[in-house]
Design a protein around this ligand. Sequence first.
Ligand code: PMP
Length: 418
Amino acid sequence: MSQLASLSEAPPDAAFALIDAYKADRSPLKVDLSPGFYRDEDARPWILPSAKQELLNDPIADHEHLPILGHAELLDSAQRLVFDTTPEDANTIASIQTIAGTGANHLGALFLAKAIRPRTVWISDPTWINHEEIWKLADPDIERQKYPYFNKEILDLDFEGAMSTLSSMTGEGDVVILHGCAHNPTGRDFTKEQWKAIAGICEQKRLIPFFDLAYQGFATGDLDEDAWSIRYFFRNTSLEMLVAQSFSKNFGLYGERIGGLHVVCRTDDTRTKVVNMLTRLSRAEITTCPINGSKIVAKVLGNKELKAQWQRDLLHMSDRMRTMRQMLVDGLRKRQTPGQWDHILTDVSYLHFKMHSLGIANTAEIGMFSMTSLQPNQIRILREEYHVYLLPSGRISMTGLTEHNVEYVTEAFHKVLL
Ligand code: PMP
């Protein structure tokens, strides 16, 4: 008698299922607008010149374990990258290496579930496809609630909705998931003034901010600008908070699974206890992290020339995504394609930063994602008739666009929308 035969079948993961369908498509016209991976000018994977495997061409390297907390130099540099920390700050933040951003989200959720048992976790609507599942797995008894973030009707940020829900419906000790920059899937972030208001609500209601930082440097090309929200919370509030950091996109190290979890503890004493708990949880789950990616990131972050090259690589990627946004919108405007498209554009970076610092409402999107109002039926026709793949939500990823295929894509959008 099988103990397993009664298992219910879960649907396949929407994002990975689409990647498989795209790979199986034999059409030379096919275009993949679904993935959360950077692609180069020919829609191929790009190995960052700063993060090449040859960097590790070390004849005496062995395959021994990392410590449970992870690669020490990597953790130091990773912490500085996020918080711009001084040596004194370092005693108040507990940091541990994780299995990329997903592992950092998971370990953070598990840690909070064990350490404080929050009643509710508040997740933006919409959000990264995995947040809900990660929290469900960490502790199904923690209630998962959505706060408004984006109005799909008008393709605009719903700041008032977010503020009103977070201020009226949350309780002390609730967790709020915030995207540090380049919100997935909308590509749309709070302005600096709006971030300050969100920080105020978190303090007033004694919430625990949990930042998901998957795109630092990759979003605007500027490492400091992309960490502004987190650094503001770190310096200007006394909140205990978490940051899940991923090096998948900004180093192009997707398959190496490299990231970190940082818990801002505010005191040395609390930090000791948090490090102890993180160590125990991580030991039970994975014992130690993969070593290869951590050596690459530690080497780049610890070397002046390599770090400068990395910053050039980040600019290269973010510039390409900006150009593709512009070409897509130009093509749609030229055809007078029905629908709203201007929100897809990114302001040129200096204007964008200036708008942020002046607190002017920012209507521009950054990073690789944008939301469209394409409907499920139109998305199906795009896939079946034009071999253009995008997620059922209408999210498009700019990295699948190239100078060679952008005309074809705009023409396909135009045809399904007429
Ligand atoms: N958080 C967000 C918001 C993401 O978009 C992603 C990747 N799509 C992740 C976390 C996970 O990243 P990783 O591949 O490093 O696990």
